[in-house]
Design a protein around this ligand. Structure first.
Ligand SMILES: O=C(O)CCC(=O)C(=O)O
Length: 393
């Protein structure tokens, strides 16, 4: 039996937006959302042919499952077990960029409360939800996939997003969700505090596994963003996506899913659907950790597919660098396999500026910060080949 056993199907219908409804239903939607199921997917959600998902949300093709990391071993195992567990975590971050975390110390009752509070929010009418949109017109607060917002246009998704850093979050909440409807704010504060501690712990273990001082990442990081994503049932899931393929820009992401699957990871050219498993969390490496680790760890492309039966709700905390900190691979991490520092120094602020100007496409943003170390001889050869190719035209 799952933790999340509310009737999400009903909620999913109510969670639709005005623009998603048949015209007669849309007319009444602002005052009372009607449980109208759209029968045809509107054109703005139809992704290009090459993006349309061929692997459904409940297709688990490969026997291979995400590596599982047991945090209880790291908290109270023997030194030998701890060290093995850290190595497994390191390997998971190299080979998968993702792992499932069990015995994670995040109180189960808090996960349940957070899920219920977010679910209640998404079941509000559209005009109530829109009261919580970003006053500055950005991506914070409530965004609906039907809005012409940054990167959200054409996603089959609604989201509720807040600054991760405590004081900034509080200031934002004071301007938007002052009412603390259904204790949402209180639950979120407690939830964020706990997930923040967990993110610190995980990055400390990863730093030790890489042979760095334990606080190497955590002392320069804080929660960057908290995002609740709601994916209503969709009339044509094979033509759209909840989130397009992307990597996360941050250091690590800690994701709580409900009992409906939809997250897919690109591994060895295949899309792998992540199974849902009650009480567990999914952790993934962000671009900043790949860069800070000199490419030893890997941020892996993932996407979200939706389905026609049930809504899906996830909560993600993105733990990232303090905006003005200079990011650069640690010099101790240059190895035979990962020689030199593979990325130029930059601030997270600069990186996010690049992300915001770009569409979320695979690893293009990360690659634009790479330094290509080529010898003078290689450069001369390249130049000669280039000149030859131009004169041959
Ligand atoms: O909702 C999910 O399963 C993942 C969402 C995600 O990848 C994102 O918000 O960046």
């Amino acid at each position: 039996m799952s933790l999340f056993n509310e009737d999400k199907r009903e909620l999913g219908k109510e969670g639709m937006n005005e623009g998603d409804m048949e015209p007669s239903a849309a007319a009444g939607a602002l005052s009372s959302p009607l449980p109208v199921q759209q029968s045809v997917l509107q054109q703005r959600y139809v992704r290009g042919e090459d993006e349309q998902p061929k692997v459904a949300h409940d297709r688990f093709e490969r026997e291979e499952e995400l590596p599982v990391i047991d945090l209880a071993v790291l908290a109270c195992g023997s030194e030998h077990d701890k060290s093995n567990c850290r190595l497994r975590m390191l390997r998971a971050c190299q080979e998968w960029g993702f792992f499932r975390l069990v015995n994670h110390s995040l109180p189960i009752h808090l996960m349940r409360q957070m899920d219920a509070a977010a679910r209640r929010f998404f079941s509000l009418s559209l005009d109530e939800k829109l009261e919580n949109k970003d006053p500055e017109g950005g991506t914070l607060g409530y965004c609906s996939g039907a809005q012409d917002g940054y990167n959200l246009q054409g996603y089959w998704q609604e989201s509720l997003q807040f600054p991760g850093e405590k004081d900034t979050r509080k200031a934002f909440l004071d301007r938007t969700m002052q009412h603390n409807r259904n204790d949402f704010r209180d639950v979120m504060e407690e939830y964020c505090e706990n997930v923040h501690k967990l993110a610190e712990k995980l990055t400390e273990h990863l730093a030790v596994a890489l042979g760095l001082p334990s606080a190497h990442f955590s002392k320069n990081c804080s929660p960057s963003v908290v995002r609740f994503s709601f994916y209503p049932p969709c009339p044509d899931p094979a033509s759209t996506l909840g989130v397009v393929p992307h990597t996360d820009a941050f250091v690590v992401t800690i994701l709580q899913q409900d009992d409906v699957s939809g997250l897919q990871i690109l591994k060895d050219g295949n899309w792998i659907t992540v199974r849902t498993q009650p009480d567990t969390l999914i952790v993934n490496v962000g671009d900043m950790l790949q860069i800070w680790s000199n490419d030893i760890l890997s941020s892996v492309v993932h996407r979200v597919v939706v389905n026609s039966e049930s809504s899906r709700l996830t909560t993600a905390l993105f733990f990232g660098p303090i905006p003005k900190i200079v990011i650069q691979p640690h010099s101790d991490l240059a190895t035979a396999e990962h020689p030199l520092q593979k990325f130029r120094p930059f601030t997270f602020e600069e990186y996010m500026g690049t992300v915001e100007r770009a569409e979320l496409v695979g690893k293009d943003v990360l690659d634009s910060f790479r330094v290509y170390h080529t010898s003078i001889d290689e450069q001369v050869t390249n130049l000669a080949q280039l000149t030859e190719a131009i004169s041959a035209k």
